[in-house]
Design a binder for this molecule. Sequence first.
Ligand code: ADP
Ligand code: MG
Length: 698
Amino acid sequence: MRPAILNPLFAEITTLPGMGPKIAALAARAAGPQVVDLLWHLPTGLVDRRFAPAIADAPEGAIVTLRVKVLEHVKPRIKRLPYKVRCADPSGEIDLIYFHAKADWLEKLLPPASERAISGRVERFRDGVQMPHPDHVVPLDQFETIATVEPTHRLTAGLSPKVLGKAIKAALARAPELAEWADRALVAQRGWPGWRAGLIAAHAPKENSETQPDALARQRLAYDELFANQVALALVRARDKRRPGRAIKGDGGLRDRVLAALPFKLTGSQTMALAEILGDMAAPGRMQRLLQGDVGSGKTVVAFLAMLNAIEAGHQAALMAPTEILARQHFETIRPLAEAAGIEVAVLTGRDKGKTKQATLDGLASGAIAAVVGTHALFEESVEFRELGLAVIDEQHRFGVHQRVAFAAKGASEDGGVDTLIMTATPIPRTLVMCAYGDMDVSKLTEKPPGRKPIKTVALPLDRMDELVERVRGLIDKGARVYWVCPLVEESELVDLAAATDRHADLAARLGADRVHLIHGKLKPAQKDAAMQAFVEGPPGVLVATTVIEVGVNVPSATVMVIEHAERFGLAQLHQLRGRVGRGADESSCVLLYAQPLGQVAKARLEILRDTEDGFRIAEEDVRLRGAGEVLGTRQSGLPAFRLADLAHHADLLEIARSDARKLLDDDATLDSPRGKAVRTLLYLFARDAAFRLARTG
Ligand code: ADP
Ligand code: MG
């Protein structure tokens, strides 16, 4: 239960003064729906309103605060025109310009003949001076209250800084004094303010430096957020340790058969990762391991061998993929291997219905089916296992802490925790692993399977499209299969779709309709399958796709990847897409089509891609270019969206928060000491962090 002292912070922002439903909706878009969100909505910078020139001296474009006398109101003759309030000081005149303003309101705000202090941006228009929508208008005797340094915030269109500022002030007034949860020695040593004082200071910067991540108040707040996250994850870890796991140790019989049937030998890193996994499974505790490896590094085989280990020991094993296509694809990869081992493997996705589905459910409940591959349909309540021993979650980069919450709940109902192996294709820097995955153990596949040829990567301006299409024609005539990924336009799947549909029509007209296929997220599963099948099995051709296509698709015969508007993609995403080719024995290439002019960062990104195929190096470069916090979109990675901490600047605080959290729980595992109680309050303050929710399940 949330401590009552925090309740005012978790009220809707509509309970704050000036927050009618319309304004509140805008503020919610900028900051979030609750009072606490406004507390976390820290200033991004400062506006200096202390410059107070005479009207005649006010420079074009400057923010100024003026002392004026109101002369007259000039109402618009037609509605579209602005309402003007003519004002003056001894040096000259200025027009205050208002669009869509109510006359009543303006007459009250600026009565003719009154004296006012106004602040805003000056424009010089023809021969006149004007100020569109002043930010502040107050009686002259309140000049000092507006001629100050004022914090700025991220806004949404239609939300005035003044209204937001007022709401934030009101939110701050609701912030209670809370018992100190941080280590006092740390606070003293760093010279940090307490939580409430820190909040107030962070919202009232007087210098630009006070809006920077290394300002003391900012550090304090960032630490609190990271500490809450790390305590929550440490609680999960402690709980998992308490939960008796099972020692799962197969006899190797099934694995030997599969290894003998594989057309290749495991790489050194595959062998090492597998040994680490088998070691965890054999131990009585519950495995929580992350298997990191670049696209094409061969994670699936490793995972399947781990599944066989569970099956040898009399357990069941499940592999979950983030999408239908990926689940089907894993199933197709695994089926022949399972056959070699002589076991049955089933598939279960959202699209299985009726009798087939029932047969699978029955088989899983009875134990007749030892291995299953599926989507999150496997999380459903109707799915019961006789004896689930290992769950492999292939995240690519779609699952995250959220899915793990659902899964932890399922695991918790089993006696003895289910060993969990998470596979991810995104090379994640260590700091990010720590807050997205807490204390998971990590295995890395650092080498690629042998025989892979380097992918030739070229960058080409879009105006050489015709030339490229001719080259593609030549390649498919020679038997190549080509992916053509269409740009991400804003965040709209519909617009993406239009771009892909247009490109499909265009290429079909030029290269022949039977050789150009289209796949996107809006297709029905059967249509997707048909498109994939036509691409894989039909005459060599082009698959036009939006980025919503399943990034994990494995078509070893595909050798060319064209990425249109490559400048709009992130480095990691480009790397993932490129990894779709170069999986077979043939030479592969990747064409990065870009629009000119290319920005500096975009240019750097394309250069890095041309230089290297090493995912770990690319991830590091990405951190350098964008900062750690940006490297993984939270939506994709499940990385907690920190509001106050910026991992590019606060990585040292994360380390401290982590060791503090562990120390705390070592001394007070149930959080019942006075400090423990204060920490509980902290956890509720950040209750929407996914780590916290993970800590609450089970
Ligand atoms: P990931 O899931 O890491 O992206 P996959 O497991 O899909 O990669 O493997 C990519 C391809 O490499 C598959 O076709 C797989 O059969 C093949 N492969 C895996 N391990 C090896 C190996 N040691 N040697 C050669 N090929 C391998
Ligand atoms: Mg894979």
